[in-house]
Design a protein around this ligand. Structure first.
Ligand code: NAD
Length: 472
């Protein structure tokens, strides 16, 4: 890709695993003088990486009270705010960027510190559903304003583009080819493709097999990306886009009673909710149903209504995440501590010795059964491709780069979600950084091998009922 010219200043908020991993990519693919980039972050972590690239580093936590004082002097018309922090409210930053005429991108709709686990809020109020509703409510105010890309990392983000490519592949392979893919703005046309193919459920199916030289110690939470980010979302209620083929709401399932109504939540944390899923290399496995923005945005995007407004079609959509083995042990220990975070945190970077992140989307219920489309990126490939990355972060940082480039190329789109962005352009930018990108069909269903050792209540008429997929 030829470097993309950017004439403004760029402020990167937060400089953890994603911030440090994306900096070399931005410098490689954006035509921007280094002195126009500033990092604003809460801790010294990453100072030496900023120094290595000659980038200004400001150690300053952003809070409700100081947000304007810290950011307004550094941002003006035509600049870019790249939010890769935790604990800073995305919606507050998006409002500020509309006011200042500044481009914006984040990878998650983040609340202010403590928002994921505030016991004063109801589970619905601390759900991703509620946070997404707040972000997309800015659409009207932002129409025609500076582009503000909400939740565009790997997932949420890249996986929305994988879903579109997977739909086109399945259409081609089942004899229902789509002559010209509709524009991303035509959500009805994309939803009609999914409905026509008979897609009942979509999993974001991820298996991370990265291993460090030394194992997790007692009292330590270990992960391949933000420990705070993962624990925060893992303690939110489990959430899933709720499809029209589902016969019954789960016993602990609740509707929110406001907003788009595309998703439900379960009255329990995602980090203690498991689902059956499948990826090509791992085969069948149990993943955590961690709440994610894309479970809701995809379900909303792929919704069709009849003339009277009643919902006619929608797939069930959720995350099915098997993090690296040490993170699974960390979650087990965290649950035993009644969700009180361990005293030590470790983000695995240089100590990783092997493994890969197999991250993709699994489309279920069509004529060929199951189709997984995604990226297999090993730690060795990631290190060869871009410094300061592991396999997990590079899938995210490549998507952040692509979102930033898209926003620069499309600067007056207001608030946009991943599903509303041209998937072909994003995949073109990301592909060199995703390792092997593959689509694989499978005869897997969640009914395989079930009810053998013990009786189970299953819906054998429809394998794709959430009731069959959930681990009881
Ligand atoms: P990290 O924990 O490694 O780093 C977080 C950074 O935010 C740190 O530099 C920290 O100092 C900074 N920070 C914390 N509080 C701050 C404040 N008040 N003001 C300014 N900076 C502050 O996290 P990470 O792995 O780099 O992830 C960053 C964000 O990206 C998280 O919100 C995470 O959930 C999200 N993420 C999204 C995806 C995706 O695929 N969509 C994947 C990974 C991470």
């Amino acid at each position: 890709m030829n470097p993309v010219a950017f004439g403004g200043r760029l402020v990167m908020l937060g400089f953890g695993s994603i911030g440090q991993g994306v900096l070399p990519l931005l410098l490689r693919h954006l035509d921007i003088p280094r002195e126009r980039i500033t990092i604003v972050t809460a801790e010294p972590r990453g100072r030496e990486v900023a120094a290595e690239y000659g980038i200004a580093f400001v150690e300053q936590a952003v809070t409700r009270d100081n947000m304007r004082d810290v950011l307004v002097p550094r941002l003006g018309r035509g600049d870019f705010l790249l939010n890769l922090s935790v604990d800073v409210a995305s919606v507050a930053l998006m409002r500020l960027c509309q006011e200042l005429d500044v481009l914006y991108l984040d990878t998650v709709v983040e609340p202010w510190a403590g928002g994921y686990t505030d016991p004063a809020l109801t589970p619905s109020q601390r759900s991703n559903y509620a946070m997404r509703e707040e972000a997309v409510a800015l659409r009207d105010m932002a129409r025609g304003g500076p582009t503000s890309v909400t939740a565009h990392g790997a997932n949420p983000g890249l996986v929305s583009h994988f879903v579109k490519q997977a739909l086109l592949d399945i259409a081609r392979d089942t004899g229902a080819p789509v002559a010209a893919p509709p524009p991303a703005s035509d959500r009805g046309a994309w939803a009609a493709i999914a409905e026509g193919l008979g897609i009942k459920a979509i999993h974001i199916a991820e298996r991370d097999t990265q291993v460090a030289a030394h194992p997790k110690r007692p009292g330590e939470f270990v992960n391949t990306w933000s420990v705070d980010g993962f624990v925060g979302e893992g303690c939110q209620p489990a959430e899933l886009g709720w499809g029209t083929h589902e016969k019954a709401l789960p016993p602990d399932g609740h509707r929110h009673g406001f907003g788009c109504d595309a998703a439900i939540y379960l009255m329990r944390p995602g980090a203690s909710t498991r689902v059956r899923t499948w990826t090509p290399l791992a085969g069948p496995f149990h993943g955590f149903l961690i709440t994610h923005n894309e479970s809701i945005s995809l379900a909303d995007y792929y919704t069709l209504r009849d003339a009277g407004g009643a919902v006619r079609y929608r797939p069930t959509v959720h995350y099915a995440y098997h993090p690296c083995d040490d993170a699974v042990l960390s979650i087990h220990e965290l649950a035993g501590r009644n969700w009180e975070l361990q005293p030590e945190k470790r983000l695995m970077t240089d100590e990783i010795v092997s493994g890969m992140d197999e991250l993709g989307v699994l489309l279920l219920g069509h004529a060929k059964g199951a189709y997984w489309y995604g990226s297999r990126l090993t730690i060795d490939q990631a290190r060869r491709l871009v410094p300061h990355n592991n396999a997990t972060s590079l899938q995210v940082t490549a998507a952040v780069l692509a979102g930033v480039v898209w926003a620069i190329e499309n600067p007056r789109r207001g608030v946009v979600e991943s599903d509303e962005i041209d998937h072909a352009r994003i995949l073109e930018i990301c592909r060199p950084y995703l390792g092997e990108v593959v689509g694989v069909y499978s005869g897997w269903t969640p009914l395989q091998g079930r009810g053998v050792l013990f009786p189970e209540e299953l819906d054998r008429d429809d394998p794709w009922q959430f009731r069959n997929i959930r681990v009881a």
